[in-house]
Design a protein around this ligand. Structure first.
Ligand code: ATP
Ligand code: MG
Length: 250
């Protein structure tokens, strides 16, 4: 049993999240590399003040609009995302009509199955990814695997905590690629059509709210889509980090 973390600890939430991920690694749900990715994410979250900055909210609203307008939207889920936000994924699927696919960078059939089981346990009915029948062009074998019914056939894909190479390959296929990645400098953020720089649980909560607010309002949806400009948005995020560093010096 892991040591119990006292609720009074100033970093309580962060420590509990770490513990959850470590345990998920031991159970084979999260790859060890997922812990490194989480650490990198935490660093950027610190620099952003551990909150959804206005630029993130702006990108999240545009992302929800794209999910609602998609012919076919797919959400890609890996171990970290499933452990941190399975229930939120279910709510976003309900709010947008998207489908979900387990898609792993460090793919093992066992881990795919365990993540699919976790998603199913929240009440999601059709979890894709266990029987891939297509390949993303330009990627080597395992990393290319996906489903025609999901990521391969979708015109809009949401890829939280994704690797830069795969984000680029999906963008090359002509899809609208929505990333969630706390690192505004990552290749993933740079390759995405919409780059959400926010912690994944917060991002999904916000996206559910925006989707519910926008549903059935085509004018508002269009406004959210055209009101977002990626270069300007990412520049705004970097400026905020810069300002946070400057004020913490005083
Ligand atoms: P690049 O995109 O430049 O190729 P990478 O994909 O190799 O980099 P990783 O560390 O593997 O980088 O990717 C994980 C990314 O996910 C990191 O950029 C990290 O900031 C981000 N990340 C990790 N945990 C979270 C989280 N909980 N919420 C949002 N983003 C996160
Ligand atoms: Mg990345």
């Amino acid at each position: 049993m892991p040591p119990k973390i006292p609720e009074s600890h100033p970093r309580y939430r962060s420590l509990v999240t770490r513990e959850k991920l470590v345990q998920a690694c031991e159970e084979g749900l999260v790859a060890w590399e997922g812990l490194l990715a989480h650490g990198r994410g935490e660093t950027f979250d610190y620099l952003l003040g551990e909150r959804s900055v206005p630029e993130a909210l702006h990108a999240e609203k545009a992302a929800s609009a794209h999910l609602l307008m998609a012919e076919k939207a797919a959400i890609s889920v890996n171990g970290n995302v499933a452990v941190l936000a399975a229930e939120r994924i279910r709510r976003l699927l309900e709010a947008t009509g998207a489908v979900v696919e387990v898609n792993l960078f460090h793919r093992t059939e066992e881990r795919v199955r365990r993540i699919a089981d976790l998603l199913t346990s929240t009440g999601i009915r059709n979890v894709l990814g266990t029987h891939p029948d297509a390949a993303i062009p330009g990627l080597e074998h395992d990393r290319a695997l996906c489903s025609k019914e999901g990521i391969f056939g979708a015109d809009v894909v949401l890829i939280p905590l994704e690797d830069g190479d795969r984000a680029e390959a999906l963008a090359r296929m002509g899809k609208v690629v929505i990333s969630v990645d706390l690192n505004p400098l990552s290749r993933t953020s740079r390759e995405a059509t919409i780059a959400i720089v926010d912690e994944v649980s917060r991002a999904l909560d916000n996206m559910v709210e925006f989707a519910e607010e926008l549903k059935g309002r085509p004018e508002a949806i269009r406004g959210a889509m055209v009101g977002y400009e990626k270069g300007r948005n990412l520049a705004g995020v970097l400026k905020r980090i810069w300002e946070n560093l400057e004020t913490s010096q005083q």
